[in-house]
Every structure is written in structure tokens, then in C-alpha cells.
Design a protein around this ligand. Structure first.
Ligand code: AQP
Length: 332
């Protein structure tokens, strides 16, 4: 079985629709066909200021949401990044192979640093893409299911894997991104020229899966479209409508062409009302299931303990090989 690995940050509390459609949904599907490793990346969450109690609560909440979304601990390895110390250890090795200029070109860092302000952005934020490289290479992942915004980081991962292999001998699998075209980038409902994002979206443009379903329906109904009236998929000319069609299509398993036919001659209001219903039907049981997992912290912790143990077995073996290849003297 080919191996997949991916992670999600516990920063925001609720996952948003972009996280779910761009990444988590694929994770659920891939656990059937792949040897799957999925983690909550708490070490990435501390690259920006955070509150300790909130981080702890949000880490559990992220795990509960992953289970509610359909991850099955019998079919995948689900763990918390900081429970596997090899991430930080291989992260350092990768830092030592990354050029300063190379790291400076990461657009996500530039965006996030700009938001923090130049003086407040940390070195951790600067090197977080390199930690992500280590996250992936530790598990010898073949594929990495992510949204489009992560493509540059997967490219960096490939470059560093090849660099290490070239210098020290074959050690790491060179991974490929697994990005589905339809859901690669879900856009802000109020500004369909930018991606839906926890930090950049306006509250009205961001669908948090754990929000009150009624509030979610309202956001869908007030999504920005255009002054035309035709319901047609055309991301260039009609980004708002196209975004709604993509979401609708994926959540219901109906092709975009079928949706275009269904709404021929109908107005945007009809599309939005129906999509609002689809969203409510999706988020209502998701919220209930998330709460059920949160109410049972012992089960959650035992899932994470087993996950960390399985993850460490693989990670420790890779790290030992990398240390050895680089010439670090083994401890006796
Ligand atoms: N709008 C999106 N469309 C498709 N995929 C998306 N992802 C995020 N936003 C979209 C994917 O979700 C996964 C987990 O993301 P993360 O935990 O790394 O969070 P993030 O990417 O930092 O999420 P945000 O909301 O985009 O945060 P900020 O505002 O901090 O930049 C990833 O696979 C990501 O591609």
C-alpha cells in the first residue's frame, strides 16, 4: 500500500470549509486505499502567539473533528505531532540543509510574517515549512493530500529529499502532492478572489463547521456572486458562483454540469437556498459527532496514545537512518 501523510493545525478551534473540502475529506477517502498517517500539528500552531489552555483544548477539538469527519483509528494512524519528538529532531537536520534564500521564498511565510509585523514574526514561523518537510519525510510518504496553498511546501520537501539523498545516499522517499482540482482552493464567500482562511477571511466569508447551522445558512445565502444572472461554472468571470457550485457539487456528489442543468433559468437565490440546506445537513451531524468525541476524553487520549506509538516506530527508524547517513556518532 502506498503511504500518505498530512496534518492540520489546531489553531483556530473549528475547522473551516476550506480545510474540510481541501484536505480532510481526502484523508477520509485515502485511509481505505493507503497506509495513512494523519496528525494534528501543534508544533506548527506555536509559530504564532498562542494561549496554553486554548492550545490544549483546541488540540483535543481538532482530533474530535477529524474523527467526526470520518477518520477511523483502525484504518489510519492518528496522532499529535509533539507526541513524536522525531519531528523536531529531523526538523533541525532539514534546517541545516535549507538555504536561507530558499526559505525566504516561501510565500506562506511571507504572507503570515506580513500579518504578524516584521519585528514580531518568529524564527519558528520562518522555518515552519522546513519542519513540514521533516513531518513528511519521517514517514517516507508517497503522497501528501493538501490544498493548493501547500504546493510550494511539497516542492520544498521534494527538493530537500533529493538533496539529502544525493549527498548522503538514498534515505527518503520523494513525495508527490495529492491535490484534487475541484477542491484545491475554496474561496472566501464575501471575496471570491481570495482563499477561505481562518486568519484572512472576514467572519461572513468564512464557514466554520462548528458554527450554529443557522448562521452558516445565513452566510451561504449572503455569499457574493455577480450582477449577471446565469448559473454557470466559470471561475475566471464568475468566481463567486463557481465557488458555490464547487462546494455544492462535492458535498452532494452531483457533477457541476448536472447542477448547471438543474438551475437553468433559475436565479442565484434558488442556488443559495438549496446550498444552504445542503450545508446545514452536513454540519448538523458533524457538530453532534464532534461533541460526542469531546465528551469522552479517555477514548480520545487512548486513540492518540496508540497513534503516537505507531507513528514513533516509523519515525524513529527513519531518523536513525538519517543520523547515521549524515555521520552523527551513534550513542552507545
Ligand atoms: N481555502 C482552502 N481551500 C482548500 N484547502 C484549504 N486548506 C486551508 N484552506 C483551504 C487546507 O487545509 C489543510 C489544513 O490547513 P492548516 O491547518 O495548515 O491551516 P491553514 O492552511 O494555515 O489554514 P488557513 O485557514 O489557510 O490558515 P491561515 O489563515 O493561517 O493561512 C491544508 O492542507 C490546507 O491546504
Amino acid at each position: 500500500r502506498p503511504r500518505v501523510l498530512s496534518g492540520i493545525q489546531p489553531t483556530a478551534g473549528s475547522f473551516h470549509l476550506g480545510n474540510y473540502l481541501g484536505a480532510v475529506r481526502q484523508w477520509v477517502a485515502l485511509q481505505e486505499s493507503h497506509d495513512a498517517f494523519y496528525m494534528v500539528v501543534d508544533l506548527h500552531a506555536i509559530t504564532v502567539p498562542q494561549d496554553p489552555a486554548e492550545l490544549r483544548a483546541n488540540t483535543r477539538l481538532a482530533v474530535a473533528q477529524l474523527l467526526a469527519a470520518g477518520l477511523d483509528p483502525e484504518r489510519c494512524t492518528l496522532f499529535v505531532q509533539s507526541h513524536v519528538p522525531e519531528h523536531a529532531q529531523l526538523g533541525w537536520i532539514m534546517n541545516c540543509l535549507t538555504g536561507f534564500g530558499e526559505a525566504s521564498r516561501m510565500t506562506q511565510f511571507k504572507d503570515k510574517a506580513a500579518k504578524q509585523g516584521a519585528d514580531r514574526a518568529t524564527v519558528g514561523l520562518f522555518t515552519y515549512p522546513v519542519l513540514q518537510v521533516a513531518d513528511i519525510l519521517l514517514y517516507q510518504a508517497d503522497e501528501v493530500p493538501v490544498g493548493e496553498d501547500q504546493r510550494q511546501h511539497i516542492e520544498l520537501t521534494r527538493d530537500l529529499a533529493e538533496r539529502f539523498n544525493g549527498r548522503f545516499g538514498d534515505t527518503f522517499t520523494v513525495p508527490s502532492p495529492y491535490i484534487l482540482k475541484e477542491t484545491a482552493k475554496i474561496f472566501d464567500l464575501q471575496d471570491p478572489s481570495v482563499k477561505m482562511s481562518k486568519s484572512a477571511s472576514t467572519p461572513k466569508g468564512l464557514i466554520n463547521l462548528l458554527d450554529e447551522p443557522k448562521a452558516t445558512a445565513k452566510k451561504v445565502k449572503s455569499a457574493v456572486t455577480d450582477t449577471d444572472t446565469v448559473i454557470r461554472y466559470d471561475p475566471e468571470k464568475k468566481p463567486g458562483v463557481s465557488n458555490l457550485l464547487s462546494v455544492y457539487s462535492v458535498l452532494t456528489g452531483t457533477s457541476v454540469e448536472d447542477l448547471e442543468r438543474k438551475y437553468e433559468g433559475k436565479g442565484y437565490g434558488a442556488l443559495k437556498t438549496d446550498l444552504a440546506d445542503v450545508m446545514v445537513e452536513f454540519v448538523t451531524p458533524f457538530r453532534t459527532r464532534t461533541q460526542e468525541y469531546l465528551d469522552d476524553p479517555e477514548t480520545l487520549d487512548s486513540i492518540l496514545a496508540k497513534g503516537a506509538e505507531k507513528a514513533r516506530t516509523v519515525a524513529a527508524e527513519t531518523l536513525a537512518r538519517a543520523y547515521d547517513r549524515m555521520g552523527l556518532l551513534p550513542a552507545k
